[in-house]
Design a protein around this ligand. Structure first.
Ligand SMILES: Cc1cc2nc3c(=O)[nH]c(=O)nc-3n(C[C@H](O)[C@H](O)[C@H](O)COP(=O)(O)OP(=O)(O)OC[C@H]3O[C@@H](n4cnc5c(N)ncnc54)[C@H](O)[C@@H]3O)c2cc1C
Length: 588
């Protein structure tokens, strides 16, 4: 079957903050750039980001990029690569000011400078006292950022393929990436997008969990495609649980609430974080606060009739601060928890929020596929940025507001790397391999022809419940090993999923089935990596191995789909210009 081919200099899969920032760089350099997105660009999950974007602007009190770097390394529990972390923290002020110049409507201080609020784990003077580093647009920072970047791209003539779903990477005989296959959702037709360079900016995969703050489209497609193309996934055991998801609903209440002075209370009315993090208290890093909440609930000090959540109190901030700085939060609390935070506290529980692992890259956004003797082996023509990528700046735990920063810093640097690559290494398209679309066509065809098989919704639910139960806030060997066994069973069921509706136009059943094939790759990588790591570090907390084990485990895991095996890669201990930040015990 002949498949139509579209040709571009660069193709970007994903129109969130990372994809749009990269696209802007490429389009403004005059390259013919296509952006594919499952949804209209401004509906990407970046739109939901609330609290802010970090940069050591020092608008409220003194701040320095090397303090920001220290906090990020410490937040990562020393698993982050320090060259990438230095690069990001150094670039942060410039990146935020650039957004301001693009027209992003930041909140302002009296003197006209950008408003900054405190956020968990962000401290002055190498970890001493909380600092105001998060630049915010009320509690709708991602919304403002995404719209700003989209408009700039329209101006720069980026070509958007809206409601197109990328299916698979195309690699040639040398292993180079030369394009993607994609499904136009409106018509059900499959295309080849042939490109000199491909960037994945497909966002997170939080939908492997039953309870998540993530959008429904966050199904880890980029990771599924990468794993199927024979490239490993890095550090997939590390999932961040955000302390304040609305109990029962999963919708996020930004950490900015605690940044503005909100506090967490248990059923005795006690501000329990004072016991767990005497210095930073409610503003300790997210893994620390989530574990403290889980312990409070486990030991019977949870609130409500089932004692299954804690309370986030902010009424003492007064209506003015709440209405002015946190209007979206008030709306969410009223709609999803039935409480008005001006008068009552909000019921909250730790909820899956962010994927620290992903497609392995260096700080230039180049995808690497480490092999024996070469930890940094590149996959030519392939780039990744944003939540789907693992640079790795967040290591074992991400600090709040460091993701929006990651999107613009690494989106831009990936764009610059692609421009260089196209100019110097691939001025012309590399030919497509023969039958480049066959693999994708076979996948879609199987769905179409499978008559007897498993229901997509039922299998997805089984997957989500397995991961929810077996890769939670606290983990043990038995629970993890059982999780691996169960997720393998689910994987067998995924091979037999069927769809009842085989129509072509706007077939969401087909799309959900294809998404499930990506979710299973993410879930498998997560369970197998988590079972293997026998220590506690950052968000990966094991009851049976409660300590961090630097001698054995200061290394990144790499999950290979083929053979479902793990290999390892060293942590980059050489920052670009400053001294290595030596591992210490992580206390807040
Ligand atoms: C509720 C919430 C609040 C948050 N608040 C903050 C915050 O205040 N500060 C902060 O720093 N971080 C925050 N985060 C984290 C941060 O927002 C995300 O990590 C970040 O926005 C991800 O951006 P991205 O560009 O990588 O991907 P996304 O914005 O998720 O975009 C992914 C894009 O990929 C496309 N896509 C995916 N698969 C395919 C496919 N197969 N084919 C075609 N297109 C595809 C989608 O259509 C979409 O356009 C928050 C996250 C959530 C969920």
């Amino acid at each position: 079957m002949s498949v139509p081919v579209r040709r571009f200099d660069a193709v970007i899969v994903g129109a969130g903050g990372a994809g749009l920032r990269a696209a802007l760089q490429l389009s403004e350099a005059g390259l013919k750039t296509a952006v594919l997105s499952k949804v209209f660009p401004t509906r990407s999950h970046t739109v939901a980001a609330q609290g802010g974007i970090s940069a050591s602007l020092g608008n409220v009190q003194e701040d320095r990029w090397d303090w920001h770097m220290y906090d990020t390394v410490k937040g990562s529990d020393w698993l982050g690569d320090q060259d990438a972390i230095e690069f990001m923290c150094r670039k942060a002020p410039e990146a935020v000011i650039e957004l301001e110049h693009f027209g992003m409507p930041f909140d302002r201080l009296e003197d006209g400078k950008i408003y900054q609020r405190p956020f968990g784990g962000h401290m002055a003077d190498f970890g001493k006292t909380p600092v105001q580093r998060a630049c915010a647009v009320a509690d709708r920072t991602g919304h403002a950022m995404l719209h700003t970047l989209y408009q700039r791209n329209v101006r720069a003539n980026t070509q958007f393929f809206v409601e197109w779903m990328a299916l698979d990477l195309i690699r040639d005989a040398d292993g180079d990436v030369v394009g993607v296959t994609a499904l136009e959702l409106e018509t059900g037709d499959i295309f080849i997008i042939h490109a000199k360079a491909v960037l994945f900016a497909t966002g997170g995969g939080g939908r492997i969990y039953a309870a998540s703050t993530n959008a429904f489209i966050n199904t880890g497609d980029g990771l599924g495609m990468t794993a199927r193309a024979g490239i490993p996934l890095e550090d997939m055991e590390f999932w961040q649980f955000h302390p304040t998801g609305v109990a029962g609903a999963g919708v996020l209440i930004t950490e900015g609430v605690r940044g503005e002075g909100g506090i967490l209370l248990n059923s005795n009315g006690e501000r329990f974080m004072e016991r767990y993090a005497p210095n930073a208290k409610d503003l300790a890093s997210r893994d620390v606060v989530s574990r403290a909440m889980a312990v409070e609930i486990f030991e019977g000090r949870g609130c409500g009739k089932n004692k299954d959540h804690v309370l986030l109190k902010l009424d003492h901030l007064g209506p003015e601060i709440i209405n002015h700085r946190l209007p979206g939060i008030r709306e969410i609390a009223i709609k999803f928890a039935g409480v008005d935070p001006i008068k009552e506290p909000i019921p909250v529980v730790p909820t899956t929020h962010y994927m620290m692992g992903g497609i392995p890259t260096n700080y230039k956004g180049e995808v690497i596929s480490p092999r024996e003797g070469d930890d940094e082996a590149r996959v030519h023509g392939f780039y990744a940025a944003g939540e789907c990528a693992c640079a790795s700046v967040h290591g074992a735990n991400r600090l709040g507001t460091n993701s929006l920063l990651d999107l613009v810093v690494f989106g831009k640097s990936a764009g610059e790397s692609m421009i260089e690559f196209i100019k110097n290494e691939r001025p012309a398209h590399k030919p497509l391999p023969e039958n480049a679309a066959d693999f994708s066509l076979a996948r879609v065809n199987r769905l179409e022809t499978q008559t007897d098989g498993e229901d997509v919704d039922a299998v997805r639910r089984a997957l989500q419940q397995t991961v929810q139960r077996h890769a939670g806030v606290f983990r043990t060997q038995d629970v993890l090993a059982e999780g691996v066994a169960q997720v393998r069973e689910v994987a067998e069921r995924v091979k037999r999923i069927k769809i009842k509706d085989t129509s072509k136009t706007w077939n969401t059943a087909r799309m959900e089935a294809l998404e499930l094939e990506n979710l299973i790759e993410v879930a498998m990588a997560t369970m197998i990596s988590a079972e293997a790591r026998k220590e506690s570090r950052g968000a990966h907390a094991r009851d049976d191995y409660p300590e961090r084990d630097d001698a054995e485990w200061m290394k990144h895991t790499l999950y290979h789909r083929e053979g479902q095996k793990l290999t390892y890669k060293a942590v980059h201990t050489k920052p670009l210009t400053v001294d290595y930040i030596q591992p210490q015990k992580r206390v807040y």
